[in-house]
Design a protein around this ligand. Structure first.
Ligand SMILES: O=C(CO)[C@H](O)[C@H](O)COP(=O)(O)O
Length: 226
């Protein structure tokens, strides 16, 4: 199976965990696109009734177009289960997210969820985080100074640009800086440093957030529990 087939496989598998009446957090990214398609199918064909909270404008539109009820996070008390993708997951269930520039909303939704499930193809599993560039959402104002500071700290930062050489803008109209670290020895220590930098709104380290991972393998979906 190719990578996209593995993504579709885990997307289809994940929606089996969604029960009638649930409030469900919908992540972002290509794997989640498959999952939202599969969820839309269940809503249309089985009459499944759920309320969704989306982690990006893209996902919110996709879900609404499929007839899934989408509410704002502030209009629900809590979320039963959030299903999201990830860019890297280490052996101890820590993760890097934000490859799709949506990690700020994703983290806010995740920490307001009773359970968090990540769905990935097997290429996302790593022993140690850091080969995937760590995304930071930063306020545009003064962002070159934030970049300089990150450079002095040795984090090899780069702004993320689109194909037209324009800054990639998040749903909150902020910029993305990627840190090219190669390996992260202590994600908790790094998270503390990044949390303390003024102008950094949120980093893509998702620590102690994920409860369950569904991995797409050549032998089918594999469930990993924390
Ligand atoms: O964190 C994310 C978006 O901000 C995505 O979940 C992550 O980038 C995985 O994406 P994909 O499923 O396309 O590989």
């Amino acid at each position: 199976m190719e990578q996209n087939e593995l993504k579709q496989l885990v997307g289809n598998e994940a929606v089996k965990y969604i029960e009638d009446g649930m409030i469900v957090g919908l992540g972002s990214g290509s794997t989640i696109r498959y999952m939202v398609d599969a969820l839309g199918k269940r809503v249309a064909e089985e009459g499944l009734h759920i309320t969704a909270v989306a982690t990006s404008k893209f996902t919110a539109n996709q879900a609404a177009n499929l007839g899934i009820e989408v509410k704002n996070l502030d209009d629900v008390d809590r979320i039963d289960l959030t299903i999201d993708g990830a860019d890297e997951i280490s052996d101890d269930f820590q993760g890097i997210k934000g490859g799709g520039a949506a990690h700020l909303w994703e983290k806010i939704v995740a920490i307001n969820s009773d359970k968090n499930m990540w769905i990935v193809d097997e290429s996302k599993l790593v022993h140690q985080l850091g080969v995937f560039p760590l995304p930071l959402e930063v306020i545009p104002f003064g962002s070159t100074h934030v970049l300089e500071k990150l450079d002095k700290l040795g984090y090899a930062p780069t702004f993320r640009f689109d194909e037209n050489k324009q800054h990639v803008m998040t749903d909150e109209s902020n910029y993305i800086i990627d840190l090219h670290l190669q390996k992260i020895e202590d994600p908790f220590a790094l998270a503390q440093i990044l949390d303390s930098i003024v102008g950094v709104v949120e980093h893509g380290l998702f620590l102690n957030i994920c409860d369950k991972v569904i991995v797409g393998t050549q032998n089918g979906p594999k469930v990993l529990e924390k």
